[in-house]
Design a protein around this ligand. Structure first.
Ligand code: ZN
Length: 97
């Protein structure tokens, strides 16, 4: 950043994003002029806003029409590793017999 008072190159002295925007602070070593540059919205602020918007949209949905939920009374039965192993070894035994 160039000093607006004397035209010298300024040194960046600080960078903070506590306000939700990334602010870079500069100091001119030549004349002592300080300035700051708005570097845009901080990343965490973008994520925060997106999350708030999601919550607002979900709250705006009519509560009388909830999304359909499918409950599986009987989850698919997975073969246990032991029975699978017995089946594999059984095939192997059948081939050798
Ligand atoms: Zn200066």
């Amino acid at each position: 950043m160039i000093c607006t008072k004397c035209g010298s190159l300024m040194d960046q002295t600080d960078k903070n994003s506590f306000s939700g925007r990334v602010i870079r602070e500069y100091l001119c070593r030549k004349c002592g002029h300080t300035d700051c540059e708005d570097d845009g919205v901080a990343l965490w602020q973008v994520l925060h806003d997106a999350r708030e918007q999601d919550e607002a949209e979900s709250a705006a949905r009519p509560a009388t029409n909830p999304p359909p939920t499918q409950h599986q009374a009987h989850p698919p039965v997975q073969p246990s590793p032991r029975s699978l192993w017995q089946r594999l070894t059984g095939v192997f035994r059948n081939r050798t017999d």
